[in-house]
Ligand binder design. Structure first.
Ligand code: GDP
Ligand code: MN
Length: 399
């Protein structure tokens, strides 16, 4: 789950992290009052959307001006003007995709005088099963570009969970940023604060880009991007309360109501699969045969008829879906039960695109028989390879 920058900063505040003072607003009418409560003479007016690259982003509407989604205002009047221009407008950045995202909230901050910009992030590194730090002197830039162009400028290390964060980790951060003396001490303290917050809140990713050195000699987090492990949300009601569903894909929200692991993709073949590994393999093989999946969907091991129906509704509601591939390995679930579920779903929601069903595992013959004798226009498949080719061919024929 992702949250907005201003929320991420509020999460970090109790851990002592150095931040600019700021106020979030929903209406342009609140801009003046917010700016007055903050010290000038410079304010930063920041679009709050769940995507980075806002500074270099562009609004679709000409009325929003061409100054990007993060703007320096030199007067309270300018804060008001920017708020009026940006609220309600659609911001397109490298991370939003061409459709962009509508700005519903702004964060107004006291402006910082920047001497240097750095990059600092923490993430769960699955290869080491540890939390890793990624640190670079190249702040304010897209870290993927830095990794590509100047990989030697990125320092990365992981923290042993048995010891937790240690003073030497902080010293590594300071050294990577070329900081000495008091600034090194600030970097060490910050590393500890961020790591402590990361663990306490079960974060998946925390990116501070840029971390800045101000002209006054203070290290400060100017931006914060934060995401959480969805499996841990049950123990963080304070974080769940920060969820902004207007930023999420409507199909994904619907899927989460049924506890379906669903991720919208931009291809044409809707997929219904049980098990994350099989789902990944299904996406790969669709690609192999020259089409693209419209979604990732793991209905889980114990998919009920209700769940299968809900999954079908979500897949068929996607206008990009030109064909559906159901790929189920009946283990705990039996194939005949799944076949009945699929048929019930098709009967309930209708079917206007080709459907290929591949079943394997317990009671597979019975399952196939049910599909065969259903009278519905379902193409049965023998194995994953056969299934992928059949649905790709069917979709190509329609197109
Ligand atoms: P992003 O583009 O979505 O990553 O948004 P950021 O919060 O990182 O802001 C973009 C850029 O605006 C930063 O890299 C800074 O260069 C600049 N910026 C943000 N806050 C301030 C500030 O307080 N003072 C100054 N001078 N620049 C800022
Ligand atoms: Mn940033």
């Amino acid at each position: 789950m992702n949250i907005h920058e201003y929320q991420a900063k509020a999460v970090l505040q109790p851990f002592g992290v150095s931040l600019s003072k700021g106020i979030a607003i929903l209406n342009a009418s609140e801009a003046e009052e917010a700016a007055k409560q903050l010290a000038g003479p410079v304010w930063v007016v920041k679009s709050q959307i769940h995507a980075g690259g806002r500074g270099k982003g562009k609004f679709k509407e000409a009325s929003a001006g061409d100054k990007g989604g993060v703007r320096l205002a030199r007067s309270i009047d300018e804060v008001k003007q920017f708020a009026q221009e940006m609220l309600g407008a659609t911001l397109v950045t490298l991370q939003t995709g061409p459709a962009g995202k509508q700005v519903h909230r702004l964060y107004i901050e006291e402006g910082s005088e920047i001497d240097k910009e750095f990059y600092l992030s923490l993430l769960v590194d699955r290869s080491t099963s540890r939390v890793s730090f990624v640190v670079s002197t190249e702040g304010g830039m897209n870290i993927e570009d830095v990794a590509h162009d100047t990989p030697e400028k990125i320092v990365s290390f992981s923290v042993d969970p048995a010891t937790g964060i240690m003073p030497h980790h902080g010293r590594t951060v300071a050294k990577a940023l070329g900081l000495t003396g008091d600034l090194a001490k600030q970097a060490e303290k910050l590393a500890t604060q961020l790591y402590t917050a990361f663990i306490a809140k079960d974060m998946e990713m925390l990116e501070i880009n840029p971390l800045v050195l101000t002209k006054q000699g203070e290290l400060r987090c100017l931006d914060a991007k934060m995401s959480f492990d969805s499996n841990s949300l049950y123990r963080h009601p304070d974080i769940v309360a920060l969820r902004d569903t207007t930023e999420e894909d409507a199909k994904e929200i619907e899927a989460s109501k049924y506890d379906l692991a669903y991720i919208a993709l931009d291809g044409t073949i809707g997929c219904m699969v049980n098990g994350a590994g099989l789902a990944m393999a299904t996406l790969d093989i669709i690609k192999l045969y020259g089409e693209s999946p419209a979604n990732f969907l793991d209905v889980g091991g114990g998919a009920s008829e209700e769940k299968v129906t809900a999954a079908f509704k979500i897949i068929t509601a996607d206008p990009n879906v030109k064909g559906i591939l159901v790929n189920i390995f009946g283990g705990i679930m039996k194939c005949d039960v799944i076949a009945r579920g699929v048929l019930a779903a098709v009967k309930a929601v209708g079917l206007s695109v080709p459907l290929v069903v591949r079943l394997e595992g317990t009671n597979v013959e019975e399952g196939k028989k049910i599909i065969r004798e259903s009278g519905l226009n379902v193409l049965p498949a023998d194995d994953l390879d056969d299934a992928a080719q059949k649905i790709v061919n069917a979709v190509k024929k329609v197109a």
